[in-house]
Write a protein that binds this ligand. Structure first.
Ligand SMILES: CC(=O)N[C@H]1[C@@H](OP(=O)(O)O)O[C@H](CO)[C@@H](O)[C@@H]1O
Ligand SMILES: [Mg+2]
Length: 558
């Protein structure tokens, strides 16, 4: 590294001293903390993003958001060239530089890393980082700190995309690296065009969804509500009313995380909305859940979560694939036996996993966190992944899309208007509509709406696909959450020794009982999840296992 570069790093790092006594970690989804603690971290992640851009010769993304966390928090996530999450190989470096105590130790870490990764500073392309932020008041100053980090790498530039949803930023990174236009208007254009194409391809004779022609959306008082209000004007054939568009406090009693975890209606929704088809986005609009307010039930709702969105998508895709393969000899030249797979975590409701398996689908479980689910889904020709909390998307392999495009072309010339041609056309439109960089509440919502129209289903009919097993989630504060080590996609606790056997004894007391514990990657707690055939049983299983966690690891345990 040249001297000029070294002194630039030292000078700028001196302007962003890290807070004393705070240790930060990249965690499940980037750095998150109280916004007042983050300037130095964000500055340093700016440096990391510029180095990543140099290393890959591609555009990188930086998103300033703390998603569903409270408004006083903030955070930062990195988008890799594909638009997906930062490669896990670079997470240890991000942790190390975030916690470097002074400019010199920071410079030393960077120098060593640049050498190890063989990052060239005289590459053909200059480094470029796209920056975005959500609506948090702390976002503007943090974005400036990130920019300073980026520009402390000689020749690197930061391009401010303004206030955007997390998935919009990831989409833009992906688009730029494919040589496409990466603006908000091109994003809206792609989504609205593919949405219209799918609406035009719905079967004739399907009736409207009864009385729920309008979709009412809770915007979590964040960026998603704002964007949807703007975007809905470009959508034909769908009437959307957006509530909680930013007048109230972000994520307070609103948003997908609140609705999914508490199973109650968000602020601005009540019994007057009973029976309507409603949806809720989270603070940065990468999560989506649906719900319907129950009549006379004190804000209780019928929750249609990420597992059911996944099931709806899987059903639709599977149907289109079987139309395409109808009458085709398995060895036929123009057939492509696409591998369709679904990816869930241990938090997926057991009834959803049973349902998907009964459909004949390959179901894979991964640890919690989109980075794991996304990676697994990419192994299929069509991989659908969702966390129960509503974060997920559909990935199409390049090989399958190539075949599909060619096949569609042939079908257009030989049998335009045939069921097969329409099925191919629908799948192509889905690959355009759904955000293949990352889970996206806006594009997910449009796909749900299209499929409900296609099926002629109301939200209640959709919710009847299967009945969720009653479940309960609890959090337990412990001395050191890293003392819990899990295996088998977090379904088994291998440490502390003996705890799993004790949990098994509890589980055996309940028919269809299922329970697991894991350390959270975003909060300082151990999470307990339990499922059983009645709510009382799920509650009681969760609370006895929470007691075990407290006995083994709680503050009175040592
Ligand atoms: C049970 C649960 O909902 N866990 C969430 C939560 O992770 P934890 O590691 O459980 O804190 O935040 C993650 C990031 O948003 C999300 O991917 C994950 O699903
Ligand atoms: Mg989010």
């Amino acid at each position: 590294m040249k001297e000029k570069q070294q002194s630039l790093l030292l000078e700028s790092a001196a302007r962003f001293p890290p807070p004393k006594g705070v240790k930060l970690s990249y965690g499940t989804a980037g750095f998150r903390a109280d916004a007042s603690l983050l300037e130095s971290t964000v500055f340093r992640v700016g440096i990391l993003a510029a180095l990543r851009s140099l290393k890959t010769g591609s555009v990188i993304g930086l998103m300033i958001t703390a998603s569903h966390n409270k408004v006083s928090d903030n955070g930062i996530k990195v988008a890799d060239p594909s638009g997906g999450m930062l490669t896990q190989d670079w997470e240890p470096f991000s942790d190390a530089i975030a916690n470097a105590p002074d400019p010199h130790s920071l410079l030393q870490l960077i120098t060593e890393f640049v050498k190890k990764e063989e990052i060239g500073f005289e590459g053909r392309q200059p480094a470029e980082v796209l920056l975005g932020r959500d609506t948090r008041p702390s976002g503007e100053a943090l974005l400036e700190a990130a920019k300073q980090g980026i520009t402390s790498i000689v020749g690197a530039i930061g391009t401010d995309m303004g206030v955007v949803t997390t998935p919009q930023l990831h989409w833009m990174v992906r688009a730029r690296n494919r040589g496409l236009e990466a603006s908000e208007s091109s994003y809206f254009h792609q989504l609205s065009t593919s949405f219209r194409c799918l609406m035009d391809l719905k079967p004739e004779g399907i009736s409207k969804n009864g009385n729920d022609a309008t979709l009412v959306v809770d915007g979590a008082d964040g960026v998603g509500g704002e964007k949807l209000e703007q975007f809905k004007k470009m959508l034909t054939g769908l009437c959307i009313e957006v509530r909680n568009r930013g007048d109230g406090i972000l994520n307070e009693g609103v948003g997908a995380d609140y609705v999914q975890k508490e199973k109650v209606a968000p602020r601005s929704f009540g019994t007057a909305d009973a029976g309507l088809r409603c949806a809720s986005l989270d603070g940065d609009a990468d999560r989506l859940v649906y719900f319907s307010v129950l009549p006379n039930e004190n804000n209780k709702i019928e929750l249609v979560d990420g597992d059911k969105i996944l099931s709806l998508f899987a059903l639709f895709i599977k149907e289109q694939l079987s139309i395409l393969n109808e009458g085709v000899d398995k060895k036929g030249n123009d057939s492509y036996q696409a591998r369709l797979g679904v990816v869930q975590t241990a938090y997926a409701n057991g009834a959803s996993t049973d349902y998907l398996k009964e459909m004949g689908l390959e179901v894979v479980l991964t640890p919690t966190g989109v980075k794991y689910l996304h990676e697994k889904a990419a192994e299929f020709d069509i991989g659908i992944y969702f966390e129960a909390n509503g974060h997920g998307t559909i990935l199409f392999s390049e090989a399958f899309l190539c075949w599909l495009e060619a096949s569609h072309k042939t079908l257009l010339s030989t049998s335009e208007g045939s069921a097969k041609q329409k099925a191919a056309s629908r799948l192509l439109a889905v690959s355009q509509l759904i955000n293949q960089a990352v889970g996206d509440a806006l594009s997910g919502l449009l796909l749900v709406e299209v499929i409900l129209k296609y099926m002629g289903w109301s939200i209640h009919r959709w919710n009847e696909l299967y009945h969720d097993l009653p479940s309960r989630q609890l959090k337990v504060k412990v001395v050191d959450r890293t003392a819990v080590v899990t295996a088998n996609a977090e379904t088994v606790a291998v440490q502390p020794i003996g705890i799993q056997e004790a949990i098994n004894v509890e589980i055996a007391k309940y028919p269809r009982g299922r329970c697991f514990i894991r350390p959270s990657g975003t909060e300082d707690v151990i999470r307990v999840y339990a499922e059983a055939t009645s709510q009382d049983a799920a509650d009681s299983l969760a609370s006895s296992v929470a007691k075990l966690v407290d006995q083994y690891l709680g503050f009175g345990s040592s």
